[in-house]
Write a protein that binds this ligand. Structure first.
Ligand code: FAD
Length: 120
């Protein structure tokens, strides 16, 4: 299997913004592309909730669907209205994957997102 160093280098070099959270969506890791997109680096966001990115314009029903899906162990795809550190709004296309341990218990969530503002 892939050595840990290679995993890290792979994630760090991806062009898609990656964040890893605990089961309450508190951020434990973000990759450089996340900082490039949002303006928030590791020091700004580790320990903060992903709600930090919310522009408070996404319908509540979308978040309910998101949480129902991921807490049920399934992958969620969808669009959220986000805000960068600069205050600029953007439309984010997200994929959130529950990461489970060997017993099948959800340990982390892996978030991947890109800015699709230009496509709308
Ligand atoms: P919240 O109270 O946080 O959530 C609204 C509702 O969701 C709650 O009433 C509850 O029903 C449900 N809910 C919240 N937390 C949990 C939980 N731990 N378990 C089960 N149900 C729960 N949000 C964004 O706006 N932009 C993002 O880019 C974004 N990325 C995310 C990436 C990941 C990996 C994860 C796990 C979550 C992400 N979220 C994102 C969701 C974010 O954590 C918030 O739930 C959301 O922003 C709404 O925040 P809120 O404070 O308005 O309401």
């Amino acid at each position: 299997s892939l050595p840990p160093r290679l995993y890290r280098e792979t994630v760090e070099q991806l062009s898609v913004a990656i964040s890893v959270t605990d089961t309450e969506a508190n951020i434990v890791y973000v990759n450089p592309a996340f900082e490039g997109l949002t303006g928030y680096g590791v020091k700004d966001v580790v320990g903060q909730n992903e709600a930090l990115l919310s522009a408070k314009a996404t319908p509540r029903a979308v978040y309910l669907d998101l949480w129902k899906t991921i807490s049920g162990g399934e992958t969620w795809h969808g669009k959220l209205v986000n805000r960068k550190k600069s205050g600029e709004r953007y439309l984010a296309e997200l994929t959130i994957v529950p990461v489970k341990n060997r017993l099948g218990t959800i340990r982390y969530y892996l978030g991947m997102h890109r800015d699709i503002t230009e496509m709308n």
